[in-house]
Design a protein. Structure first.
Length: 250
């Protein structure tokens, strides 16, 4: 009996086309992929666009915990959600194109196709490292450095030969949520970065590579300015000190 050879699995084709258990969806800015508390029944692969992940506390306070861009999975927690409910909300920042993969189909492909499970495992490790870096940043860096890091991440620096790009439109309130400070402080730092030539913004933010100095070298003008030399006071003009009398010994 002739055994049919299993066709080669193409992970790129799987993630860029509709098929069994998956379909392509289009989202407008501010439209939700899913909402906190919804059934966790699918995973999204972001083909194009930017989105943010937010959580809402029991008191109604909302916080942005992560930004995602094309090439990222969104809602991967559905594969391990014990309660079966979404623990966060994913919202499009720009117009987005995404592949929505049903939970059962995602699990099936991970079990059957090692290339795909390797790709997904790499993503999970990178996401874990990113979360760890965010935590370290929150614990040890100033709010000014945290803002610089967020702007650089949003501008996707690190790609050789890439032009100095624009950051997707984002409010100062959202930036303040992400770095754990107030909107007025973000406004102060943004104006400072602009005056120093690190960024430009007129409706959209353009990030320059020089902003890396804030993160890598802690390079700010006031931190590196020369201090005036301390001059010796001439003996003639030196104020005299009163000599203390030595204690009387009995």
């Amino acid at each position: 009996m002739v055994q049919l050879e299993k066709p080669t699995f193409d992970a790129h084709a799987f993630l860029t086309s509709a098929g069994l258990g998956r379909r392509i969806v289009q989202l407008e800015p501010k439209q939700n992929f899913f909402t906190q508390g919804d059934p966790a029944d699918s995973v999204f692969y972001l083909q194009k666009g930017r989105a943010r992940i937010t959580v809402v506390s029991t008191t109604g306070k909302e916080a942005t915990i992560m930004l995602v861009s094309d090439g990222d999975f969104v809602g991967e927690g559905s594969l391990a959600a014990v309660s079966g409910l979404r623990l966060a909300t994913a919202t499009a920042i720009t117009a987005c194109t995404a592949l929505k993969i049903g939970r059962d189909e995602m699990i099936h492909v991970m079990h059957e196709e090692h290339d795909f499970s390797d790709l997904f495992m790499k993503f999970l490790l990178e996401r874990s490292m990113r979360i760890q870096a965010d935590l370290v940043d929150q614990l040890f860096n100033s709010s000014e450095k945290r803002l610089a890091r967020i702007l650089l991440l949003m501008a996707e620096f690190g790609q050789p030969g890439a032009p100095e790009p624009f950051v997707p439109k984002i409010s100062q309130e959202t930036l303040a949520e992400m770095i754990g400070t107030t909107r007025s402080r973000v406004s102060f730092f943004m104006n400072r970065f602009r005056k120093l030539g690190f960024i430009e913004y007129n409706g959209r933010i353009r990030v320059h590579k020089s902003l890396l100095n804030v993160i890598l070298l802690d390079h700010m003008p006031e931190n590196n300015a020369e201090k005036p030399p301390i001059r010796d006071i001439p003996e003639k003009g030196r104020p005299s000190r009163k000599r203390r009398d030595s204690p009387v010994q009995n």
